[in-house]
Design a protein around this ligand. Structure first.
Ligand SMILES: NC(=O)C1=CN([C@@H]2O[C@H](COP(=O)(O)OP(=O)(O)OC[C@H]3O[C@@H](n4cnc5c(N)ncnc54)[C@H](O)[C@@H]3O)[C@@H](O)[C@H]2O)C=CC1
Ligand SMILES: O=C([O-])CC(=O)C(=O)O
Length: 267
């Protein structure tokens, strides 16, 4: 049995916990790290009892694989602990991976692996395949309801107000790296896309605050020597955190399932 640990039990962690508790062959939920154990227990009864709640830095001692579903601030703590312990690290806060890039070299030394799920996105298999050839450009255009973008550091720093918006407004146009830094709770998908393709500085990103959309929408356009393709996903917001598409947690579940599956489909 592969022992899975969950860092954070919000929209992503909670759904992964529920799915693991329902049963995934070859995987067991071994430990969690949450701040409010009684709240977690009200959602998944075994937490705090059969499933221990431990400090972030201790989680890797109990597990083989850690799924990270935290806000930006505690990311580095669990990422470092997992990678230093030589375990498998599955981050959802992918933008923070760009901010802690030394971890890749550290993982090479310790034997840790960093597996980034497709998350709230689409088609990273095609982007990775195209990257084996020559990709000329990758552009992502994200549209979110204004409320989902409120409070983003880039908006605050640039005095961009979304109050009373009644038509779509482009609030960012730049690289995936700058976008992930300025909107850490919104475009982890752009960071993942950039890592699958041509990197965070060459991947272009636009972010629109759009009062007409109710779903977080990401459109990707790729131009490569092997193919040109465009893809779009409209994410149903999760109940626990409307900024996070429901599919995000399920992408992590699908990746976990692939760790032990006999038949694995997709790149
Ligand atoms: N890669 C992707 O495609 C996507 C990534 N995300 C990112 O994934 C991450 C998780 O997203 P959600 O589950 O929606 O976030 P969330 O806000 O619903 O949950 C985060 C949880 O972490 C807990 N937490 C905070 N500090 C903690 C600490 N020190 N120790 C233990 N727990 C702590 C909070 O109490 C909360 O329950 C976020 O960074 C989000 O931006 C979200 C959507 C898509
Ligand atoms: O759920 C989404 O559509 C994307 C998202 O929040 C992120 O990438 O951080």
């Amino acid at each position: 049995m592969l022992r899975v640990g969950l860092a954070g039990l919000g929209a992503v962690g909670l759904e992964v916990a529920r799915r693991l508790e329902q049963g995934i062959p070859g995987l067991t939920l071994a430990a969690v790290s949450v701040r409010d154990v009684s709240k977690a227990q009200s959602k998944v009864a075994k937490i705090g009892a059969e499933i221990p709640n431990v400090a972030l830095t201790e989680l890797p001692q109990h597990c083989d694989v850690i799924v990270e579903g935290l806000p930006k601030a505690p990311f580095a703590e669990i990422a470092r602990a997992t990678i230093y312990a030589g375990k498998v690290f599955m981050p959802l806060s992918v933008g923070q991976l760009l901010e802690n890039w030394d971890l890749i070299d550290r993982a090479k030394e310790t034997g840790a692996r960093i597996l980034v799920p497709t998350g709230a996105l689409i088609g990273l298999d095609a982007v990775r395949a195209a990257a084996e050839g020559d990709i000329r450009s990758v552009t992502m255009i994200t549209r979110k309801p204004p409320g989902g973008l409120e409070g983003a550091p880039y908006l605050v720093q640039n005095n961009i107000s979304l109050h009373g918006l009644n038509e779509a407004k482009k609030v960012f146009d730049g690289s995936a790296r700058e976008g992930a830094r300025g909107f850490p709770a919104n475009v982890n998908v752009a960071a993942a896309l950039s890592l699958a393709g041509i990197g965070p500085d060459k991947t272009r990103l636009q972010i629109w605050a759009d009062p007409q959309v109710t779903r977080n929408t990401h459109r990707i356009e790729v131009d490569a020597d092997t193919a040109s393709f465009s893809m779009m996903i409209e994410n149903v917001p999760s109940v626990e955190n409307p900024r996070t598409g429901k599919i995000t947690a399920l992408s992590a579940v699908a990746m976990l399932r692939g760790l032990t599956a006999t038949l694995k489909v997709g790149t």
